[in-house]
Write a protein that binds this ligand. Sequence first.
Ligand code: NAP
Length: 220
Amino acid sequence: MSDTLPLRIAVLGAGNVGGTLGRRWAGLGHHVVFGVRRPDAGASSVKGGDALPATARVASPADAVRNADVVLLATPWAAVQSALADAGAEHGALDGCVLIDATNPIGPGLSLLTGADGASGSEQVQTLAPKARVVKAFNTTGYDNMREPSYAGAASVMFYAGDDAAAKAVVERLVRELGFEAVDAGPLVRARQLENLALLWISLAFGGLGRDIAFRLMRR
Ligand SMILES: NC(=O)c1ccc[n+]([C@@H]2O[C@H](COP(=O)([O-])OP(=O)(O)OC[C@H]3O[C@@H](n4cnc5c(N)ncnc54)[C@H](OP(=O)(O)O)[C@@H]3O)[C@@H](O)[C@H]2O)c1
């Protein structure tokens, strides 16, 4: 996949995270289709503004993922299974695509709803879309930081994890283009740590520090 040509990106879950990321990628020239449950409602189904950028549109989930290079999954955890089903995952609609999983499987009391043997949400997503190239990303910080990743000129960090090197290269590009420092956290099993890191961000933000906080990686 070229490192300069616009990507065809489908967004499943056009709320705080999906709306923010999709709008920003479209603003950078990527072709973004928001797969929403009420496409007739137009731009109002996408959080973050009244109008959509010129290279963005809304469609049904199944239409949105057709021919997509990249699919962003950004629904509440409880809706993941149905969102993937609506997109046609069971019938191979996501086979081969880069599936970015931004979700966090959060249960009561900030617990993680792990699968068998402690499987992360992303590993569970991989089971639901077995031939998609799943990469965990965009789950460890608030959506406000996805709109503006820099603090006083310093980029905050975005970790990503996955098993497919070419898929991770695409995600690295999409992370970097937004203004984050993109850091490869390893194979998809590292999503277990990234989902715990998300819990830390949430507990700090809602424990008194507020949403204007972000992690940064320091190097010597
Ligand atoms: N909020 C954050 O700062 C943040 C940061 C990192 C990761 N996350 C994770 O990202 C995910 C989304 O969070 P959010 O804050 O963006 O949620 P949100 O603002 O509540 O948006 C969720 C979106 O998902 C859509 N949706 C719900 N069920 C669906 C279905 N079955 N099929 C298709 N779309 C469906 C909703 O559409 P309708 O309008 O039709 O209901 C809505 O647009 C969660 O897993 C969360 O843990 C959140």
